[in-house]
Design a protein around this ligand. Structure first.
Ligand SMILES: Nc1ncnc2c1ncn2[C@@H]1O[C@H](COP(=O)(O)OP(=O)(O)OP(=O)(O)O)[C@@H](O)[C@H]1O
Ligand SMILES: [Mg+2]
Length: 390
């Protein structure tokens, strides 16, 4: 029997739950070609949401096409142009002759080399004279608009991990270039998304940045327990298994409603249970999951400084007054200037998120692992040392 849960892949059809409001909003923006920026921490469901909304729109509007670009591995401007040209062409046509025609008509200055694989169902790749592209990227940046307007359809370009542009050489000049082209497009809309909140906010909400006011910013929230519980019950039922609302609620509490972990823990609990899932199957599944993640968390913790680890411990203990002498001394955090540096480092490592006085672990399982294993072992070792030295 196949698992009724999905994790590590985009959630779609029966694996996708809720997000009704967000799907509605995004579908409207897609159809109206309103540029949208989506920001949420890792694995809360950005990509799944964008795909779901695109799917809904394509069902009702045959005149709209989508182009999906993932910048995960993109580190330079050249790589970006190459990927953009390639993916836009794929979205515009799947026919060899048409792709060659588009390239001849709309990329005439660059003249890209297009290599097709012998398998007609398979992709093609593109290579270009990069010196020429860098001098005149206009043709690539306007390719989508030119083709969409001449063929009279709408195109939405969805770019995942957009924050990577901040790491390019001369990122602001590059953003200026993009913005100056994209803002003139009438038949193309952009949906840009990613998980690095601070970097994205810097790009999209700083007055001095080229992408300021580029489009609507949507902060994706977690899916609430109210929606997860019926989803989990229904997914169990789809395979003839039973779980009560309380036990399904336990899955949500342990994972703090983190989309990926809700699905993953539900999967392990489902595997553990024969016909009915009881709370102990969930807690056993939770232990298994923590142990599986142990190796990863151990190396992550090894890469942190002592004061960063101490700061995490203070956060887990519910401390808030990090500028107070007492907290700084108790947790050995150095000085208050050091506390600021620790916070910055942990935010940039995507371990915590800070909004106002709230500090949140981005990975709830890491928080559990630290308090359940790491800090316990550390205090055990410290106590042993004290005993032995007496
Ligand atoms: N609407 C949803 N319904 C059910 N499960 C979901 C939903 N959205 C996300 N998930 C779960 O969360 C996981 C991560 O989703 P997704 O890849 O869409 O997130 P993401 O924010 O794009 O992640 P990343 O930051 O890694 O790109 C999915 O594999 C799935 O298990
Ligand atoms: Mg994603």
């Amino acid at each position: 029997m196949n698992t009724p849960f999905v994790f590590g892949k985009h959630a779609s059809s029966e694996y996708f739950t809720n997000r009704t409001e967000e799907v509605k909003q995004l579908s409207f923006n897609f159809q109206s070609l309103i540029n949208t920026v989506i920001i949420s921490p890792r694995r809360w469901g950005k990509s799944s949401l964008v795909l779901k909304a695109a799917e809904e729109v394509q069902k009702i509007d045959k005149n709209i096409r989508f182009c999906f670009i993932d910048m995960y591995n993109i580190r330079t401007e050249n790589q970006f142009y190459q990927l953009l040209a390639q993916e836009v062409m794929k979205a515009l046509s799947s026919k060899l002759e048409e792709i060659l025609e588009i390239s001849k008509n709309y990329l005439s200055r660059i003249i890209p080399k297009i290599s097709f694989s012998p398998d007609p169902a398979s992709d093609f790749s593109i290579s270009m004279d990069w010196e020429e592209v860098k001098k005149q990227p206009d043709e690539i940046l306007d390719l989508a608009e030119k083709v969409a307007s001449s063929k009279n359809f709408k195109l939405v370009i969805c770019i995942d991990e957009f924050q990577n542009i901040s790491g390019f050489d001369q990122p602001v000049d590059f953003q200026k270039k993009l913005r100056s082209h994209w803002q003139t497009h009438k038949n193309v809309g952009y949906c840009l998304y990613g998980s690095k909140r601070h970097m994205l906010l810097d790009v999209f909400s700083s007055h001095s940045m080229p992408f300021y006011n580029f489009g609507q910013i949507l902060f994706l929230n977690k899916i609430s327990e109210k929606h997860w519980i019926p989803f989990i019950i229904e997914r169990f039922a789809a395979t003839g298994k039973v779980i009560s609302a309380e036990t399904a609620g336990l899955i949500c509490t342990l994972t703090e409603n983190h989309s990926f972990y809700v699905q993953q823990l539900a999967h392990f609990a489902w595997l553990n249970s024969e016909n009915t899932c009881y709370p102990e199957q969930v807690t056993n599944a939770f232990e298994t999951l923590l142990l599986q993640l142990s190796f990863l968390y151990q190396s992550l913790t090894d890469s942190l400084s002592n004061s960063q680890i101490n700061f995490l411990e203070a956060t887990i203990n519910g401390e808030e007054k990090f500028s107070s002498k007492e907290i700084i001394q108790t947790y050995n955090l150095g000085t208050s200037a050091n506390v600021t540096r620790i916070k910055q480092a942990l935010v940039s490592k995507e371990i915590i998120e800070i909004s106002g006085s709230d500090i949140e672990f981005l990975d709830p399982m890491y928080k559990h692992w630290l308090s359940k294993y790491w800090f316990k072992v550390r205090s055990y070792k410290t106590n042993m040392c004290c005993l032995l030295s007496k």
